[in-house]
Ligand binder design. Structure first.
Ligand code: AMP
Ligand code: MG
Length: 399
């Protein structure tokens, strides 16, 4: 697509997502030890090979007995610790003292809590009305063949626990993508150097590196590249070759020094879109060549953050053969919120307050990093909406 055509082609966020998902190819997978799997994404379904619990398990510290003998008295014949399987069948009016997690002996169908008994000599008596058995039956949570975790699931501590509880030591996960970051702009310098006239500090590079790190990706941050066509082209070419995804910030708009789209085309990539009806971040570029991708984000730091949370996350999920789904929750406006134009889908920095309602922030626009630094969610404002009133139901995305 030529640059002129692209400038006229404004697509919706949904269309952009569909394009990304149809273009991006999943990465290869590898099998790794469970101890290294936290933060990785499963590449194949994992099925249970065991029963969980593996035996009828006592849920309480108490006495294993027969319900029909309640309330006793019971003769206490032995103690069963967790990890000990008693082979003898329980006899009538006998009970075993049993610990939480221990296998319930054959013949027992109830565990009465220690706190609900009185003891004398080697006998105990149940002092309450029966309400429940306090036994977790074998296979109650999972049986062999049950689906444990679906392919495409990112593994967190709760999934690692489930896999470990099933005796699994290795999992097949997608390779981590190689991601590079270049911050374009002749006005940018790195923190640590005194600002000269007209200069600002590069925040986008650091922001993206940190965000990718939160997503378990150790990205290569190539620093600042000035708006010089040839040197920028050289830097983009090198970084593009070395990575699966190159994220660029700045230089994607229609200013005199916004060289990124032209360079991308000259390097032989196909630009799939360069304008989405999103606010902030209308000028977002997505391009590819030979299963490698470039995401060009607008330079204003809030646009960078928000469009990375949109397009960037779509690409990363597609590397794992998954469709990205933002976590959205229904909430209520704690104040009025007005915007002049309503022709773009907007993600607006807000705070969910202690009552779970949405407070607007003082927000000066997409360069206002302080606002985003105190926000804890993004408010979705659909196309066609410009006047939200206190009490209106809205969707927010915690982040
Ligand atoms: P651009 O997208 O290049 O037109 O830049 C839009 C605005 O974002 C300009 O005010 C830039 O100075 C600013 N900007 C661009 N890149 C960065 C960056 N890496 N860090 C902070 N601000 C930036
Ligand atoms: Mg620029």
């Amino acid at each position: 697509m030529g640059q002129e055509q692209l400038d006229n082609k404004l697509i919706t966020v949904e269309e952009a997502k569909t394009i990304v998902e149809s273009m991006v190819k999943a990465l290869k997978s590898e099998t790794i030890d469970l101890s290294h799997a936290n933060g990785r994404t499963l590449a194949s379904n994992v099925y249970s090979t065991v029963y969980i619990p593996p035996f009828n398990r006592s849920a309480m510290d108490g006495f294993a007995c027969r319900k029909e003998d309640l309330p006793g008295p019971f003769k206490v014949v032995a103690t069963i610790a967790a990890g000990v399987q008693i082979e003898d069948k329980l006899e009538a009016e006998h009970c075993y003292r049993i610990m939480t997690g221990a296998p319930v002996p054959d013949g027992a169908d109830t565990v009465i809590m220690i706190e609900h008994t009185i003891a004398s000599d080697d006998q105990i008596l149940f002092t309450k009305e029966f309400t429940k058995s306090n036994i977790s039956p074998k296979g109650d949570d999972l049986k062999p063949g049950d689906l444990l975790i679906k392919a495409g699931t990112p593994l967190k501590s709760s999934q690692i626990a489930l896999l470990a509880s099933s005796g699994i030591t290795q999992v097949e996960v997608y390779n981590l993508p190689k991601v590079g970051i270049i911050s374009t702009g002749s006005e940018l310098i790195e923190p640590g150097i005194d600002l000269d006239k007209g200069q600002i500090y590069n925040s986008n590079g650091h922001q993206l590196k940190a965000r990718l790190n939160e997503l378990n990706i150790d990205a290569s941050n190539y620093g600042v590249s000035p708006d010089d066509y040839d040197s920028l082209k050289g830097n983009i070419e090198k970084a593009f070759k070395a990575n699966d995804l190159l994220v660029l910030t700045g230089g994607v708009s229609v200013g005199d020094y916004d060289y990124v789209p032209a360079i991308i085309e000259e390097l032989g990539l196909e630009i799939h879109f360069s304008k989405i009806s999103a606010k902030p971040g209308k000028h977002t570029v997505f391009a590819s060549k030979d299963d490698k991708y470039i995401l060009g984000l607008p330079g204003n730091p809030v646009s960078t953050l928000i469009q990375f949370e949109e397009c960037g996350r779509w690409i990363l999920s597609a590397f794992n053969n998954s469709a990205f789904k933002a976590l959205r929750i229904k909430s209520i406006m704690a104040c009025d919120h007005y915007r002049k134009r309503n022709d773009r889908f907007e993600l607006f920095p807000v705070r969910i307050n202690d009552d779970g309602k949405v407070e607007s922030l003082s927000y000066h626009g997409s360069a206002h990093m302080h606002a985003i630094s105190i926000a804890n969610a993004l408010l979705e404002i659909p196309i066609g909406v410009n006047d939200l009133k206190k009490g209106d139901k809205v969707y927010v995305r915690p982040f």
